[in-house]
Write a protein that binds this ligand. Structure first.
Ligand SMILES: [Zn+2]
Length: 84
């Protein structure tokens, strides 16, 4: 269960799930017996202020905290003023 914000510099205790954002990742469990290998769903939570500027991604190294792309960059191509 998630108890704190996934940002280690924040680690705000989780009181209300409606605040912030929950991320779910499938984690492959290392198992001693091949046939018993399972995937388990793990949940991470970012509090409101952290989820505004950060997000979580899954990589080969595990779960990483990365800066969230700014909204203004997703609204379309960036217009460049060219002096002519
Ligand atoms: Zn936080």
């Amino acid at each position: 269960m998630v108890n704190n914000c996934a940002n280690p510099k924040c680690a705000k205790p989780l009181h209300y799930l409606r605040e912030g954002r929950v991320f779910a990742f499938e984690i492959a469990e290392p198992a001693p017996v091949e046939e018993k290998r399972t995937r388990r769903l793990e949940h991470f939570w970012l509090c409101g202020p952290c989820s505004q500027v950060m997000m979580l991604t899954q990589s080969a190294d595990g779960i990483r905290l990365v800066p969230r792309p700014a909204l203004r960059f997703t609204n379309g191509p960036i217009k460049t003023a060219i002096a002519s």
